[in-house]
Design a protein around this ligand. Structure first.
Ligand SMILES: [Zn+2]
Length: 382
């Protein structure tokens, strides 16, 4: 699991086999929304209630919003699962919800249905909340609940509409990409067009936000700028992801790895290693081999943990990191898949190992340099 994105998680649970993760940034936004509803919007919309009534409404509204977003993402997830795409988890964060998908749909139909499922569920939720609000009001129920539900009804419909803006990677942008993909039968071309529209829309939101801020709506304007920036970055990174997949995908790691890797024998003492290997070649890591078999790695800094007076009679085999704890790749593994593993926290280098034999070493730098070369020598055709 990706350790980096676990930071800041305040609540984690499983629902229908999917991990739901609530990030602290969402809690902050939720508090902000609750405060602005209780002190601003609700007192204007529903006059004559006590202060506590507005806070009650705001709390129901924010909890309802969280549930609505999770259900929206769950709809994407379940449709994706029906097409064999696994979603690692759903995260609620600063800008709403996201279902973390680590592979791309293989066919446009899967992409289309998966993208539409979320907004479709939001429409259903919007109507359900609206009907419930009407029923509570007609039955003489609590006006606080009716008000909160009416708000949630509208909000879900607005969410559905906003998500259907054809700006990749928003849902509407995914729908657009699927449609272009179906018509042209070129997935990469579809991604390129949809991502460019997404980037353009991000810029438009930022410009609109600045204009809004100048016109006096500082808080909303700033918010637009942030969302615009986020969308532009997301669209841009999906574009570079696609370029990386196009150029590295289908190439085995053995094509990219360095074959000549300096190893150290397991029976060598720390003393000789430092004097005759480390000082001569000063690498950051040395694979340790015993009778041609890889048994682990030694990183120079780790050796400092052994007291110096023991260096002359301690072998590398005794102090090396065991192989199970070292990041590895197989020589036939797809280079893009390895790049993805590194980006998801797998480290910046991996030993390439085949049945206990060291075949080479692949680093993030190797992959990035290979990618840069491919982009220079194999320009895009469509
Ligand atoms: Zn969605």
């Amino acid at each position: 699991m990706d350790q980096a994105s676990d930071k800041g998680s305040v609540l984690r649970f499983r629902l229908l086999g999917v991990e739901i993760n609530v990030h602290v940034s969402w809690v902050l936004v939720a508090l902000l929304i609750a405060w602005s509803l209780a002190s601003g919007a609700f007192p204007v919309l529903y006059e004559g209630l006590p202060r506590s009534g507005y806070w009650l409404m705001a709390i129901v509204a924010v909890i309802g919003l969280a549930v609505s977003i999770v259900l929206h993402e769950l709809a994407h997830t379940l449709v994706g699962r029906a097409y064999g795409l696994s979603v690692d988890r759903i995260t609620l964060f600063l800008f709403g919800g996201v279902a973390e998908l680590h592979e791309e749909p293989k066919a446009p139909v899967a992409e289309l249905l998966m993208a539409i499922a979320g907004p479709a569920l939001s429409v259903v939720l919007g109507l359900a909340f609206g009907l419930a609000a009407g029923a509570i009001k007609a039955g003489g129920g609590a006006p606080e609940l009716a008000g909160a539900f009416a708000y949630l009804g509208t909000l879900n419909l607005v969410l559905a509409l906003f998500n259907m803006i054809p700006a990749f990677p928003m849902d509407g942008g995914r729908v657009l990409r699927a449609v272009i993909w179906m018509v042209t039968r070129q997935a990469d071309r579809a991604t390129r067009i949809a991502a460019r529209i997404g980037m353009g829309f991000g810029v438009l939101l930022m410009v609109g936000g600045v204009a809004l801020a100048l016109a006096g709506g500082l808080a909303s304007g700033l918010w637009w700028v942030l969302i615009g920036l986020f969308l532009r970055t997301a669209a841009k990174s999906s574009l570079s992801d696609m370029e990386a997949r196009r150029r590295l995908g289908g190439h085995p790691v053995s094509e990219v790895m360095a074959r000549r890797v300096e190893t150290a024998p397991a029976d060598m003492t720390i003393d000789s290693f430092v004097n005759f290997r480390l000082y001569a070649s000063h690498h950051g890591m040395y694979p340790v081999v015993q009778a041609d078999r890889l048994i682990g790695v030694v990183e120079p800094d780790d050796l400092l943990k052994t007291p110096r007076d023991q260096w002359a009679h301690t072998s590398l085999g005794e102090v090396c990191k065991p192989l199970e704890t070292v990041a590895q790749a197989r020589p036939e593994e797809d280079a893009f898949a390895v790049l993805e593993r590194m980006r998801r926290g797998g480290g910046a280098r991996m030993l390439v190992v085949d049945r206990g034999q060291l075949m080479g070493l692949v680093t993030l730098q190797d992959l990035v340099e290979r990618l840069a070369l491919a982009m220079k020598f194999e320009p895009a055709t469509s």
